[in-house]
Design a protein around this ligand. Structure first.
Ligand SMILES: [Ca+2]
Ligand SMILES: [Ca+2]
Length: 324
């Protein structure tokens, strides 16, 4: 049986992998939601100030903090994604070469979702994926678990986790409704859902808490051949803007019955699922980027999203991975 696969190579600000468009998340996107549940809206907006009214403090393009003039390098076990070159995001020659400012013996920090960090040492530049991609190899090896944790390793001159780690908990029904509404706006009536991750954290340290969640069709597994349509997976960011909760979509995939019908005999859908790998400031501007894993049949990728502003939303700035 032929499985539709896609190889995700290190690319900069491009779609990671496409199958009838279900994974071509735009560089930014947002939906405006007149929040039907004011209590939840207030909860979402509450932060260290104890009030959602501090929305005035949300950075705008004119007062956004300045990124570092020093570089950073971001790697996973299967790809060196690139990083910040002091002025912009860059691939550092990925995936065919590596020209980044890192040397054998340099220390990288493996970022864990709970806010912890584990040091590792760069040993060489070599093959990190069977596709031929070149990247940083470390000792100990950057962990990778198909279908599980797939963290990033970072070298940077600043504190890449300047704010408290995300607090995970049990999502309320309100957030299931928010996910349904996101897909309903795309004319997809999703079936049973599960929210696999739910974080409340302050991405830029302005005292207003944001919500990030990962959701998918109940029981959906990457690479699954037999699926119930529609099969969906998404990572959403919700933040309070002008006292209203807005939803910004990050990585997502939608596979509908029509997509399935378009497959040839013997083909199976390339089911992909997404989850948050880490929150880390990868360009030194004091604002946390959202790092997302994607899993497919024998494939694993990572995408870095930078939140630009309330109008533009989030932008995919780095991505890479390995599939076969
Ligand atoms: Ca905030
Ligand atoms: Ca940042």
């Amino acid at each position: 049986m032929t499985i539709l696969l896609c190889v995700v190579l290190a690319t900069l600000a491009t779609g990671a992998c496409s199958n009838d468009g279900q994974d071509t998340a735009p560089s930014s996107g947002q939906t405006t939601t007149a929040n039907p549940n004011q209590a939840d809206a207030e909860s979402e907006g509450s932060g260290a100030t104890g009030s959602g009214s501090s929305i005035e403090e949300v950075p705008t393009p004119s007062d956004s903090p300045t990124p570092s003039s020093s570089p950073s390098i971001v790697a996973t076990r299967f790809a060196t994604l690139g990083g910040w070159d002091g002025t912009d995001w860059t691939t550092f020659g990925q995936p065919d070469d590596f020209t980044g400012p890192a040397s054998v013996g340099d220390t990288f920090s493996i970022i864990q979702l709970d806010g912890g960090q584990v040091n590792t040492t760069m040993e060489s530049v070599g093959l990190v994926c069977d596709s031929g991609a070149i990247g940083i190899l470390t000792s100990p090896e950057i962990p990778s678990e198909w279908g599980g944790a797939n963290p990033i390793a970072v070298q940077a001159a600043w504190d890449v986790q300047p704010y408290s780690p995300a607090i995970a908990g049990s999502p309320t029904p309100f957030y299931f409704d928010a996910v349904r509404e996101f897909f309903a706006e795309r004319l997809v009536d999703v079936g049973p859902l599960e929210i696999t991750q739910w974080f409340k954290l302050d991405l830029e340290g302005d005292g207003v808490v944001e919500v990030v969640l990962s959701a998918k069709s109940q029981g959906l597994q990457p690479g699954q051949e037999s699926i119930t349509y529609p099969a969906v997976s998404v990572v959403l960011l919700r933040r309070v803007v002008d006292e209203v909760a807005k939803t910004y979509f990050l990585s997502h995939s939608i596979f509908t019955k029509a997509d399935g019908a378009s497959l040839k005999d013997g083909e199976s859908p390339d089911v992909r699922t997404f989850d948050v790998s880490a929150f880390a400031d990868l360009n030194g501007d004091g604002q946390l980027e959202i790092i997302i894993n994607d899993q497919s049949f024998e494939g694993a990728g990572t995408t870095v999203w930078e939140f630009i502003n309330n109008q533009v939303g989030a932008r995919r700035v780095l991505s890479g991975g390995c599939g076969s």
